[in-house]
Write a protein that binds this ligand. Sequence first.
Ligand code: NAP
Length: 564
Amino acid sequence: MPLLFNDGPDAIERQNEAVSEEQRSSEISATPVKHFDAVVIGAGFSGLYMLYRLRELGLSTRVYEAGAGVGGTWYWNRYPGARCDSPSVHYSYSFSPELEQEWEWTEKYPRQPEILRYLNHVADRFDLRRDIQLNTRVLSIIYNEASNLWMIKTDQGDQVSARYCITAAGCLSTPNTPKFPGLASFQGQVYHTGQWPHEGVDFTGKRVGVIGTGSTGIQVIPQIAKQAAHVTVFQRTPNYSLPARNRPLTPEEKASVKANYPQLRQTDRESAAGFTITRNEQSALEVTAEERQKKFEEVWAIGGFQVLASFSDIGINLESNTYMADFVRAKIGETVHNPEVARLLMPHDHPIGTKRICIDTGYYETYNRENVSLVDVRTSPIEEITPTGLRTKDAEYELDALVCATGFDAMTGALFNMEIRGKNGQLLKEKWADGPRTYLGVMTAGFPNLFIITGPGSPSVLSNMTVSIEQHVEWIGDCVQYMREHHCSSIEAEVAAEDAWVAHVNEVANFTLFPRANSWYLGANIPGKPRVFMPYVGGVGNYRIKCQEVADKGYEGFCLMTYD
Ligand code: NAP
């Protein structure tokens, strides 16, 4: 069967054409093979912008998206209460001044439906849909050394080749449902928050069990409690949660943001976390107890991530951190009426901020409701799910519905769900068996022309994701442009550069208190996953400078192959 090419006559394509038709056909089977300059996996924030950028460069691009719509995280996580805890005016694209001006965010922290509307608007406004194939899951991405092309297969029978493959598959997109014995026997409904039914769920009159008290559980529990007859929360580890203090944006705030967007975005890009937080540069140890309390009260009144910036050393000094943790525990004690329930809700097993901090609206107050009860499954573990409910070591609970807010196989889950094979047929999952290894979090040695957006080793989940996504997309776009200008057919991370980067990522993480918690940042939530700190703690601004320096030095630490 003839191959179909829709590439432009640019330098890369001339190189592609050097690959014989027979070569490609023999690699993929007899099915017609379509060729693209680039394949992007995922149509969330990353994939949409990557497509836009590659189109700007004139590359033929196909995006594969497993969902029936665009939106990624915001397409799947439709549970009641789902909301972003980065402020809306920061958690949005900056690449188009027109888009910034025309879109109206309504609240300080945007709800899931609003973010999903925004992403659909972006897809329409930039005419992105014609290159996005929905309802299509990529099964394998296999590098062919002879042709220097990636061969991509999907569950819809597509078999395509591409010079560049870019994963935009999300860091928190592979839901984790623990293998509770008896789960299949449950006669009620079971939901995972990350795969919430699109038609919604009516819990009226139902006895609902919720397992999990991370960011998601903390958002969903207050909402279900408003509707259900009874909610039983099964908590293994209490988390620290800070008040969101969400509210509608005023017309004055919206106008001011729109007038100042360029400065605001620049500050985000140069910041540590990807959005503007005013950090007190004092140590919590250099002030009196009264001054410390006053500061904590001040930031508590503001709410959100600002609380963690009350002093400069909350993340690195255990004594300072303990002051902050004690303050939050005291707030829980003040809010929750039942002292025993309050005690169970107080975290003691990790420094504050070392697991992803939660941001809530009325979470602790929810435990003052008559229809909400808390079960400590640390001391009395879940033994099985029965046909009529859940049994712990000490008691049985009758349930009509079970909600698993049990998180995700973070950062590597979506990549390992695909068969990704690089040079010499090496499987990515095998290369990363002892933990992910990347150079700058964007490429891994042995996998030429495969880019990972917000991969392990980049600030990613420790930052405002939209800022990190834009930086990666733009760096990748610039890299592709450079390759064209310099007649390069492939780019690949060098092993030495990768080793040095992995060592640096670990060194920086070990300087902080992060490694002290059993968090998903370390893979601790998935049985058998290697315990390696995955995101880069060094800060968005510093990381951006490093990436730019690498590019400015002709992609130092990468091996570029030319074809002239
Ligand atoms: P998560 O933070 O991993 O929390 C999962 C919860 O399920 C934990 O409480 C965990 O307990 C519990 N759990 C897991 N397996 C269990 C088992 N076998 N038995 C009992 N309990 C079990 O997941 P998440 O809440 O979905 O949040 C994941 C990340 O998504 C967040 O950290 C955040 O980055 C992002 N997110 C953001 C927002 C937002 O922007 N507002 C909202 C939701 C999520 P243990 O702690 O004991 O393991």
